[in-house]
Ligand binder design. Structure first.
Ligand code: VGL
Ligand code: ZN
Length: 194
């Protein structure tokens, strides 16, 4: 059955930044295929004049998650760099709510809710249900989704608009199972817009 969008719904796009896309410093394999799909979801939310929220990883140059500091990741999404910019083909509306996260040197933050004021923004927008797409499934998508569920939001994961890194095979499936166990539901564009 098609999803009926209504007041209180928002689209949340996680970290569709150049460094996470093919050619970037922390490439999520195949993530560029999400762009046209996300653009179709964006168009739907714009038709209904519903908010679009875009999170971005926005690290200082010496962030603790980088290998040089003993973290697991090659440097990526340094605040203000070209790699931290949203992909140019992602059709973000001019009034997109941008949420910058993991901005403090000594703190890793995979969730869009972590130290960002996102919850307060959602409250002032009177959002109750969040549709989530973007990268990476098992890190920032997963942590944002489970936080949203714990905070009492209904969460629908856009299964055709997420992509995992899969450092270990099965990470993607495990993350999906975890989000579902926390109460997330899944949809894809065909069902969403039917
Ligand atoms: C992410 C790894 C490191 C993500 C961010 O956006 O999922 N993953 N920093
Ligand atoms: Zn990061």
């Amino acid at each position: 059955m098609a999803t009926q969008l209504a007041a209180g719904d928002a689209l949340m796009i996680i970290d569709m930044q150049n460094d996470f896309l093919p050619g970037g410093s922390l490439e999520v394999p195949g993530a560029n295929a999400l762009i046209p799909v996300l653009n179709r979801y964006i168009a739907c939310f714009q038709t209904y004049r519903l908010p679009v929220i875009a999170t971005r990883d926005w690290h200082p140059p010496d962030h603790c998650s980088f290998i040089e500091q003993g973290g697991p990741w090659s440097p990526h999404c340094v605040a203000g760099s070209a790699g931290a910019a949203f992909h140019a083909d992602l059709a973000l509306p001019a009034d997109t709510h941008i949420v910058s996260k993991a901005t403090a040197r000594d703190t890793e933050a995979y969730s869009g809710f972590s130290g960002t004021g996102l919850q307060e923004s959602l409250q002032s927008l009177q959002i109750q249900r969040i549709f989530v797409g973007g990268v990476a499934t098992e890190y920032c998508v997963r942590n944002t989704v489970t936080d949203a569920l714990r905070l009492g939001y209904a969460v629908i994961v856009l299964q055709d608009a997420i992509q995992a890194i899969n450092r270990q095979p099965g990470d993607s499936r495990q993350a999906l199972d975890d989000m579902i166990a926390h109460g997330a539901t899944l949809t894809q564009f065909q069902a969403f817009a039917a």
